[in-house]
Unconditional design. Structure first.
Length: 439
């Protein structure tokens, strides 16, 4: 502390540098606060753009499959077969159209791994046909008794269904289907395409990342999950998003999130997913052909945003420290001439105080500031002191000379008095002698 107090330069540098550091610290805190909000907004915009692009890609994927279905069931051969085939359980062994239609359905599956199968439910026989031919394992299977039949008749257009589990092989598919009519407007049946959920997830959703972070999920307008990163036998495709809270430990907020996704086409929310706070953003996956109103969501850990903020905070803090050091160094260099001038004044004052200084010497003053004024005042002071000393010296010499004269006069007076005393004594002796003689 004494080392610090012993130098005005150190005090000035410390005061200026410290004040600057405090100001920069306050500015940094404010900037970090603003940066956090700006970073969140920036990340939100970037993620929204990412999710929007992927939502468009998913819609385009299903639209492409819709075009395939439209083309497949517009085939004259397909329509002719299902128009002419009207005997349930009838023999198809020699029916060339049947084999061609079966091969035609199989062709699409062979060409596209995402397509599990094309199928057709006949309105004449209520039988089911796919790439394996006519389904005959269950003689009591009637397509018009299946829930999907009534749904397709009610919609009467190309649309995408919720994911469902195939009872035969356990695979999970989303189906694109439509009503198929003959040229005269007669309903031939329901044609459709089963699209494997696994291929949707692998080709469209698994690779959606923001800076290598985050997970995407896909939900139908009824809240059923088409894709979710934690699907399992206990939580298969088609499960409700709102059930995540109960199915996974340290997870909450998904029930409210599901409601928001159903009611709002776009938005942002926060959930807890397996112990981590996640920022959720979603965009609509909408299409009119095929008809679908799904939601694509993206889970991004909050720590990604916090990492951005922390990085900016460290950068700003480091810049503040470096700027403080730079300013302190500049101030120190600027104070060196002042320090030299002050030291010159101090040495001169010390010489005067110690009594052996040269009062005729003066400080060279070339500054017009307060320090220059101080130097000129010191020179004036030294001049006055010098004058006083000279006057005192002259007075002392005058007094010394007067004292010497007085001493000389005194000595002369003493000598005269001694002489007079001798004369008086001689006169007195002579008088005494005369008196004695007379007697």
């Amino acid at each position: 502390m004494n080392w610090f107090r012993a130098s005005l330069t150190r005090q000035l540098v410390a005061s200026i540098g410290g004040s600057l550091f405090i100001i920069l610290t306050l500015v940094t805190v404010y900037q970090v606060s603003q940066s956090r909000q700006q970073t969140r907004e920036q990340v939100g915009r970037e993620v929204a753009q990412l999710v929007s692009e992927q939502a468009s890609a998913i819609a385009a994927f299903f639209e492409a499959k819709g075009q395939v279905i439209h083309a497949a069931f517009s085939s004259p051969q397909v329509k002719r077969f299902f128009r002419e085939y009207d005997q349930r359980g009838g023999s198809l062994q020699g029916n060339a159209d049947y084999h061609d239609v079966t091969d035609y359905f199989r062709f699409f599956s062979d060409q596209d791994p995402a397509i599990k199968s094309l199928f057709f439910g006949s309105n004449h026989t209520y039988e089911y046909f796919d790439l394996n031919g006519r389904y005959s394992d269950d003689p009591n299977y009637y397509t018009n008794k299946r829930p999907w039949w009534g749904e397709a008749i009610g919609k009467d257009r190309l649309y995408v269904t919720d994911p469902a589990v195939d009872a035969n092989d356990g695979s999970v598919s989303a189906t694109v289907k439509r009503t198929v009519y003959d040229h005269d407007g007669q309903l031939l049946g329901i044609g459709g395409m089963d699209i494997l959920i696994t291929t949707i997830g692998e080709s469209l959703l698994s690779n959606i990342k923001y800076q290598q972070q985050g997970q995407a999920f896909l939900m139908t307008e009824q809240g059923k999950l088409v894709f979710f990163p934690a699907f399992s036998d206990r939580f298969p495709p088609g499960s409700l998003l709102g059930e995540v809270d109960n199915q996974f430990a340290d997870s909450s907020g998904f029930a409210a999130l599901a409601s928001q996704l159903i009611n709002q086409p776009t938005g942002t929310a926060t959930v807890q997913w397996q112990g981590q706070t996640q920022r959720v953003q979603w965009q609509p996956v909408d299409s009119d052909y095929p008809l679908m109103h799904w939601r694509l969501g993206f889970l991004l850990p909050e720590q990604v945003v916090d990492a951005h903020v922390a990085s900016e905070a460290w950068s700003t803090g480091l810049a503040s420290v470096l700027l403080t050091l730079l300013v302190s160094a500049v101030v120190w260099l600027l104070l060196l001439p002042l320090k030299a001038q002050i030291r010159q004044l101090v040495r001169a004052m010390e010489e005067i105080a110690q009594g052996d200084g040269d009062l005729s010497s003066r400080i060279e003053v070339s500054r017009a500031d307060e320090l220059g004024q101080l130097g000129r005042a010191f020179n004036l002071f030294a001049e006055r002191v010098h004058q006083l000393v000279n006057q005192s010296k002259e007075l002392t010499q005058s007094v010394s000379r007067s004292s010497q004269v007085a001493t000389d006069i005194w000595e002369q007076t003493l000598a005269s008095m001694s002489a007079q005393k001798g004369e008086v004594e001689q006169a007195s002796a002579a008088t005494n002698e005369m008196a004695q003689t007379s007697a």
